[in-house]
Design a protein around this ligand. Structure first.
Ligand code: SF4
Ligand code: SF4
Length: 380
């Protein structure tokens, strides 16, 4: 494909240097220089062989990307989008992208931008902000659960250079300036409307108010909302990679929550069991609690948290932006703990309070629902 030459992304710091200003470390070219990269600090990524979780999607392709993919395999079906965009259809009912075969992408050199960038996601809102999809099991964040390791939170990301290059390349290639301007305009309209209702606080004010209460918020959301039922389509269920069981989904069931095994080719998922829906916050180790609080703090730093809450308030009557974001943190804290507890039940030999590793599993089982959005403003 004819693309402009890649610009090398360099996080020009060494691990021994405090990483205070990520923006100073990206090329000062065009709109990409304005992308907020601070959420990538401390993030490490290494794809896990045999996972394939991110390919259970219908990736978007622009006309040139679609043309290349169709040349590779004209038999893969497509879904039509808008403005010339198309989406690779999934295999069967709730199966993976049509190009996935035995956990390998048959179109790897020609895969579209959204695949090349994953697990990065660039959210367009009141600014452009790069985030990481934490449902990817290849992602870890240094310092989560380990207060003595806090300095490593400020390290530049590792293992993401190709994904950053791809995101940068897409930023150059796709016309984002008008989308960003439109997002900024919509944010101002939302702010004006919420101010007139007395429902407005700035993201900074909300973050300052909620940050001291993260541990309470994480537990006050019990019982969490159930996952969707499997009758609504496997593609709508939370998807998790389990090293022993492969890809599994969680679904609502009359007797509690059901765990299902998901197949690349789609079709009815196999039930791995039904467990009572968690209705009380589980016991959690100190490190596990710190992982949970780190995750909620991470949500407070994500622009999408405020954007989605403000959008919901636009159509709801009561409430304030502060209350709405607080309710989101309660809900996501409870979901993380409940799903971590369910995954623990799948491996009954472990027992005991939920460890940091298990809480991380709960984060992975939850985050996709919140941020697994197509990249670069497709949320619009
Ligand atoms: S979800 Fe992450 S670990 Fe799994 S295949 Fe995708 S990039 Fe690799
Ligand atoms: S094109 Fe390849 S990388 Fe992208 S979703 Fe499909 S199989 Fe996965």
């Amino acid at each position: 494909m004819d693309r402009s030459p890649l610009v090398e992304i360099s996080w020009a710091v060494t691990p021994s240097v405090t990483f205070n200003s990520p923006r100073a470390c990206v090329p000062s070219l065009d709109a990409w220089a304005e992308v907020d990269l601070s959420l990538l600090e401390g993030v490490s990524f290494r794809c896990r062989p045999g996972c394939g979780l991110c390919c259970f999607t219908t990736p978007a392709a622009d006309p040139r990307e679609a043309e290349r993919l169709i040349q590779l395999d004209p038999n893969v079906p497509w879904l039509e989008g808008e403005d010339g965009w198309r989406f690779v259809a999934g295999q069967g009912d709730g199966g993976a992208c049509g190009f996935l075969s035995r956990c390998e992408c048959r179109a790897y050199p020609a895969r579209p931008f959204c695949c090349r960038e994953y697990p990065l996601s660039v959210h367009l809102g009141f600014r452009a902000q790069a985030t990481v999809v934490l449902s990817c099991p290849g992602v870890t964040v240094a310092g989560w659960g380990n207060p003595t390791d806090a300095a490593s939170l400020r390290l530049p990301p590792s293992g993401l250079s190709e994904e950053l290059e791809a995101a940068h390349e897409e930023f150059e290639h796709q016309p984002h300036a008008h989308r960003l301007a439109e997002c900024a305009r919509r944010w101002r309209v939302l702010e004006g409307r919420l101010r007139r209702r007395g429902s407005w606080s700035t993201p900074e004010e909300i973050s300052d108010s909620l940050r001291p209460h993260l541990r309470i918020l994480a537990r006050s959301g019990f019982p969490p909302p159930p996952p969707p039922p499997s009758s609504g389509g496997v593609e709508n269920l939370p998807l998790v990679f389990d090293p022993d069981l492969g890809l599994i989904s969680i679904a609502d069931h009359p007797a509690g929550w059901e765990v299902l095994s998901v197949e690349e080719k789609g079709g009815p998922p196999r039930s791995l069991g039904v467990w009572p829906a968690p209705d009380q916050p589980p016991s959690v180790t100190a490190d596990g609690n710190r992982v949970l609080e780190s995750y909620l703090e991470y949500l407070l730093r994500r622009d999408f948290t405020y954007w989605s809450a403000a959008e919901r308030l636009r159509t709801n009557r009561g409430g304030s932006l502060l209350e709405e974001v607080g309710a989101d943190l309660e809900r996501f804290g409870a979901l993380v703990l409940a799903r971590a507890q369910l995954l623990e039940r799948l491996h009954p030999s472990e027992g005991g309070p939920l460890t940091a590793e298990r809480v991380w599993d709960g984060v992975r089982a939850t985050d996709g629902e919140y941020l697994d959005r197509p990249t670069l403003g497709w949320v619009l």
